[in-house]
Design a protein around this ligand. Sequence first.
Ligand SMILES: Cc1ncc(COP(=O)(O)O)c(C=O)c1O
Length: 338
Amino acid sequence: MREGIARLQADLARFPRLGLAHLPTPLEPMKRLSGYLGGPRLWVKREDCTGQGLGGNKLRKLDYVLHEALAAGADTLVSGGVVQSNSQRQVAAAAAKLGLACHLAVYHGRLTPPSPDYDKTGNALLNRLFGAHLHDVPWNGDRNGAIHALAERLSAEGRTPFIVPYGVSNAMGAIGYASTALEIAQQSAALGFAPDAIVHCTGSAGTQAGLVVGSACLPDTRVVGIDIDAEPERVRADVVAYARAAADRLDRPFDESAVEVVAGHAGPAYGVPHAATVEAIRLGAALEALVLDPVYSGKGLAGLIALIREGRWTSGQDIVFIHTGGAPALFAYRHLFD
Ligand SMILES: Cc1ncc(COP(=O)(O)O)c(C=O)c1O
C-alpha cells in the first residue's frame, strides 16, 4: 500500500494547486454515533473544514481548477448552481480571495423554495457578501448551458472569463479530489486501520470520480456514493466519464466496476429532505457535533445509516464517512427543526 500512496502522491504532484483549501482535513473517529448504531467503527473525514468561505468539498477541486484560471489570465470566474448551491458559494469565496470578478448563473425552478427566506439566507447571503454578481435564470435541466451563455456575454463585453463547471465537476476537479483518497490512505495508516469503505453523497459526480481514481492506493476500500440527485443512472454515467478522463490525465488505471452509486436515499427529489435526512442531521449534531445539511451531507449520512441498519458492514469493520460540507444551507431549511 505504501508504494501505491507514493505513486499517487507523485502523480498528483504533476498538477499545481493554489493552496486555497486548508489541507489535510482531519480524519476523526465517530465513537458516539458508532455506539448508537451498533455496527462498524465509523470515522469522519472533515471536508467541511477546508476553511475558505465556510469550506466544503468544492474548495479542494477549485484549488486545482483555479490554478488553470490564473494561468489562462482570467479576470472573471463564471459558474452557476441553484439558489443554495454550496459550489457557487465556494467559487464566490475563492474569487474574493483571488481578487477576481465572479458572475453566477443562479438557477430557479429546480426545486420549489422550501422557506420564505430561501433566497436571502445561507449560501445566497454569502454569495452577496463575497461580492458575486448574481444572474437569475430558469432551470431547464442543462447544468452548464446558462453558465456558458453568461461567459460568452462577458467575453463580448471585453472580460476574460474562466468557466467553472456546475459543481466544479470535470476531469481537473476529479484529479483534485483524488487527493482526498490520498489523505485518507495516509491518515488511516497513521491511525492503525484500513477503511473497508468510504461513503459520501454524490451529485454532479466529480467528488466520487476523484475518490474512485485515488482509491487505487487503498486496494481493500470500496467507494460508495449515495445518490442525492434522485438520478442514480445519470450520476453513475458522469462518475465513469470524469473518472476515466481524470485517470487518463494522471496516467493511472481506472476500473469501472469500482463505481458504485447507491439509489433510494435521495428522498422525494433533489433538495427535498425526507424523515431519514432529518434523523441523520439530528444524530450527527447531537452525537458528533457535526453540522450537516438537508440537501447533500444529511442525505449522505442517512444513506450510510440505512446501509448499516441493513447489515452491509459488521462491527469489526471501519467505514469513513466524508462530511462534504453544506452547513450554510441548513439555515434555509430551519423550519424542519422547529
Ligand atoms: C455539500 C456538498 N456535498 C456533496 C456534493 C456533491 O459533490 P459532487 O457534486 O462532486 O458529486 C455537493 C455538490 O454540490 C455539495 O455541495
